[in-house]
Design a protein around this ligand. Sequence first.
Ligand code: CMP
Length: 164
Amino acid sequence: MEGNQQLERTFVALKPDAVQRGITGQIIHRLERSGMRLAATKMVQADDDLLEDHYSEHVGKDFYKNLVNFMKEGPVVAMVWEGVNAVENVRKLVGETSPKEASPGTIRGDFAHVSYEHADSKDKAVRNIIHASGDPEEAEEEISIWFDEEEIHDYNRSDVKHVR
Ligand code: CMP
């Protein structure tokens, strides 16, 4: 990555609800059309160990068991996206964590709607479509949990002079 452009990588996972609903293409399209570069992708069936590493800050919380069971319901699409301030920009496209609070036009706002209260009343995890890293340090940590360095590809988008 060239210096002085705030070029960052961020980790994104399309959760089992997105895969099972067949909306992964629509979500990837939204990220691609922003001009950010898809640097890595693979489908992964997550297990307890992987999720404990990924969600280490949530281990032991009330919602942890339901969150892990949800994330193991089926494969996720794991990705690395690169761009200028990619962490912040992807989070903006993703929207608030709780779908009820996520604005229209965001991925969670357009593809989900439920509240934490509703999910809690059903003793289920909030199905919120997508995970995206919260800050650049977390992004590098999450990328290293999900990907080997040789799975991350270096190529140029042909529209790079127009998008950054
Ligand atoms: P995600 O972006 O994957 O990161 C952590 C996840 O924990 C989050 O999405 C939600 O799915 C879940 N989560 C965070 N806070 C709560 C909460 N208060 N109740 C239920 N689930 C939560």
